[in-house]
Ligand binder design. Structure first.
Ligand SMILES: [Fe+2]
Ligand SMILES: [Fe+2]
Length: 317
C-alpha cells in the first residue's frame, strides 16, 4: 500500500452553520504484509483469491494517490469514511489504513465506521479495529459495544453505526442489533432537540431492496422504523460499489439515503469508476440547504473531476 507524504487534507470547521463534508467509502486497501498460510486458513482465502483474480486490477494505488491530491486541493472541513477500508481485515491492514487516515486528516476531522471486509473473520478488537479507535469516538469510549458514537461538527451531528459482522462464505450481510438501534434512537432525539443536522454513517445500504439478499442489512427494516419514528436529515453508506439514491418516508418527510461507489476503483467494462461525494451543507431556519457534488476519477487525466451536482433542501423533522 503506497502512502505518499502529503499534508493533512482537512481544514477546521469554518462556521457553526456551514460544513463541507466529504464522503468516501470502500477503499479496499490490500496490506503489504506477507500472507502466511495461517492468515488465510479461513474465509480470508476467498477474499485473497478474489483480490488476486479480480479486485487487485480494479482497486489501484494510483487512484488513491489521486484521491489524496484531490482532497488536498478541496480541503473539506470533515471526511467521513463508511467502511471496507481494508480487504481482509487483518491486523497489518488495520495498522496500515490507520496510518493512511492520519495522512488524510487528524482523528478530529476524519470519522470512520467499519465495513464487512474490515471484520472479514472473527478477530479481537484489541488486534484490529482498535487501531482506528481515535476516528470512531469523541469521548474516549471505544470497542464493539461503543457503537453508535456521536460527533458534532459545525451544524452536523455525525452518528456512526457499525453494521460490520463476520459472515459465512459468499455472504456479505450486515446487522445492527437492538442495543445499537436503541442508542441510535436516543442520539436522534437529543441531537434533534439541539437543532442539529443529523447525518447517519453506516456501511450497508439500509433501505430494504437496495442490494442483493446475500449482501443486505439484515435488520434494515428495523433501522428504517427508528428513522421514521425519530427523524434524521441524511443517511450515508457504501458497500454497493455503485451509486444508490433512496429515501425513507418519515410521515411525509423524505429522508435522503445516499450510497457512494468505491473511492479507489479503476474504470471497469460496466462503466464503474472511483467516486466520492462532497456535501456543501448550510443550515437555515427550519432545515439545511445541501449541494451534493459528485467527484469522479478520470484515468486519462489521473485526477478527480466534478461529474454531477444535485441541490437539495432538507427540512428538519
Ligand atoms: Fe466494499
Ligand atoms: Fe462491504
Amino acid at each position: 500500500m503506497k502512502t505518499p507524504k502529503i499534508q493533512p487534507k482537512t481544514k477546521g470547521t469554518s462556521s457553526p452553520d456551514r460544513l463541507l463534508l466529504a464522503h468516501l467509502s470502500d477503499l479496499h486497501m490490500m496490506g503489504q504484509e506477507e500472507f502466511h498460510i495461517r492468515l488465510l486458513l479461513n474465509q480470508r482465502i476467498l477474499g485473497y483469491l478474489s483480490w488476486r483474480l479480480k479486485r487487485g486490477r480494479h482497486h489501484q494505488a494510483r487512484v488513491l494517490d489521486a484521491l489524496l491530491e484531490d482532497l488536498e486541493r478541496i480541503h473539506p472541513h470533515h471526511i467521513a469514511i463508511t467502511g471496507d477500508l481494508t480487504h481482509l481485515g487483518t491486523q497489518g491492514e488495520c495498522v496500515e489504513t490507520s496510518t493512511w487516515m492520519e495522512r488524510v486528516g487528524s482523528p478530529h476531522d476524519v470519522t470512520v465506521v467499519p465495513g464487512n471486509h474490515d471484520t472479514y473473520v472473527r478477530e479481537l478488537w484489541e488486534r484490529t479495529l482498535i487501531h482506528w479507535a481515535p476516528f470512531m469516538t469523541d469521548n474516549g469510549q471505544h470497542g464493539p459495544s461503543a457503537f453508535p458514537f456521536l460527533r458534532i461538527r459545525g451544524p452536523v451531528a455525525l452518528i456512526g453505526l457499525s453494521s460490520a459482522r463476520p459472515t459465512p462464505p459468499f455472504f456479505a450481510t450486515g446487522r445492527l442489533g437492538s442495543p445499537q438501534l436503541e442508542r441510535l434512537a436516543k442520539f436522534l432525539i437529543e441531537t434533534g432537540r439541539q437543532g442539529l443536522m443529523r447525518v447517519i454513517l453506516i456501511h450497508h445500504p439500509p433501505v430494504p431492496g437496495s442490494i442483493t439478499w446475500r449482501k443486505r442489512l439484515v435488520d434494515g427494516q428495523e433501522f428504517c422504523h427508528v428513522i421514521q419514528r425519530h427523524g434524521a436529515e441524511l443517511v450515508l453508506h457504501g458497500h454497493a460499489h455503485t451509486p444508490l439514491f433512496r429515501e425513507i418516508d418519515a410521515h411525509g418527510k423524505r429522508i435522503p439515503v445516499i450510497g457512494v461507489p468505491s473511492a479507489s476503483c479503476m474504470p471497469s467494462i460496466q462503466g464503474e469508476t472511483a467516486q466520492y461525494h462532497l456535501f456543501k451543507i448550510r443550515k437555515k431556519a427550519g432545515g439545511c440547504e445541501v449541494l451534493l457534488v459528485i467527484r469522479g476519477y478520470d484515468p486519462s487525466m489521473n485526477r478527480f473531476l466534478d461529474i454531477e451536482k444535485k441541490a437539495m433542501v432538507i427540512p428538519f423533522s
